[in-house]
Design a protein around this ligand. Sequence first.
Ligand SMILES: NC(=O)c1ccc[n+]([C@@H]2O[C@H](COP(=O)([O-])OP(=O)(O)OC[C@H]3O[C@@H](n4cnc5c(N)ncnc54)[C@H](OP(=O)(O)O)[C@@H]3O)[C@@H](O)[C@H]2O)c1
Length: 433
Amino acid sequence: MSIREYTGDSPLQIGLLGFGTVGKAAEQMLEENRDWIERRAGGPLAIKRILVRHPGKHRDDARRLTVDPFEVLDDPDIRIVVEVMGGMDPARHYILEALRRGKTVITANKEVMSSCGQEIFRAGDVGRADIFFEASVCGGIPIIYALKESLAANRIRSLIGIVNGTTNYILSKMTHEGWDFAPALEDAQAKGYAEADPSADVEGHDAARKLAILASIAFGSRVTPNQVYTEGIERVTARDIQYARELGWSVKLLAIAKEGDEGLEVRVHPTFLPQDHPLAAVSDAFNAIYVDAEPLGEAMFYGRGAGGKPTASAILGDVVAAARNLRSGGRAVSCTCHRELSCRHMSEVSTGYYLRLAVFDRPGVLARVAQALGDQGVSLTSVLQKLTQGDQAELVLITHRAREKDVQAAVAELRQLAVVTGILNLIRIEGVV
Ligand SMILES: NC(=O)c1ccc[n+]([C@@H]2O[C@H](COP(=O)([O-])OP(=O)(O)OC[C@H]3O[C@@H](n4cnc5c(N)ncnc54)[C@H](OP(=O)(O)O)[C@@H]3O)[C@@H](O)[C@H]2O)c1
């Protein structure tokens, strides 16, 4: 099915795949700012058809709604397809089909873009069609445009982000209210910041998908979510956060990507971060991405990472860019991956570590613990003994920079010691140790 040539003054026809939080917010933003947006887009825009699953639940003009995706994909008048239905399939299939038919695709779908980016760009090349995906990472923060275009002349050394609002909200509550994980999660769910099934957020998978997209663009080498070491925040306790604060750190779920001599480091995990680091001040459901680039230096992008309005802002920014291209005959930047870097295995990564142990409160315990760490080449910068109760105590250890493999071997050795009754937590530290 071919598409009709676009001739300028007539409305540019858009098809929406999905009409939930983001789809509805995008339509509302277009209606409320139509004149402004159309001036920037260079002419009128119209949403011609909307794909949903349950048309009965939408009060919208029934003539625009459809449950048949081919009423969008095969409509020769529709030049722009906005995919805001989410999930892997059938969204991936519809995106590919739209691109192969020569339609510009705008998507908010991080699941598809992080795992199938290469396949999507290839389909765009086949159909000579553009793909825009600003809304897929950090909603309202224009980080994809910044990395692809504004910083294109820089070499990115590292990119560190707070890219999941749900977990940042939970950790903020744990920090400021002293709550443990479970009540903080319940509060996030009650306020609409966390889904009924919060696993993709709290286990770090959502952040890993976003990091895969950002790292691919930042380093020009494709990264997929299965290459990102991923650990969630479920094991962080109010006590870990309290100790972190005493030591001058904040606890954040960080998405970290760095280029080194031995390839890329890509990881998502709870992290101790110095309290004076710009990311430490990012609270509640806000997102931020901190980039260190040569020659630019450091830059931080901050804003609302989710919600209807911020995400609609990214979608409509892409609609304006797409409309300009369709009217002028221009093309968007396609795939920017131009080399293949390997991703280092987590066991080879080096950071500082916070280790909290339950031990017997006896003379010589600290020496045994330090010996087990020392045997693996892991040295300590500080040790605090906390909460002595009866013959039990808690030891908080901070290590110098050490290799993950060595620290894990030391932890295995610690587990065997009769004086150690539990490994309570192990959290990595970002910044100077
Ligand atoms: N919500 C946010 O804050 C946010 C932020 C950034 C990115 N995103 C991304 O934006 C996308 C949409 O999110 P959302 O929150 O708007 O989702 P949502 O509220 O659940 O809406 C999904 C919409 O897609 C339709 N849909 C789903 N599967 C379908 C299928 N197989 N066939 C036809 N229609 C289908 C649904 O139809 P019915 O209405 O008939 O059920 C619904 O209208 C996702 O990729 C999400 O990750 C969301």
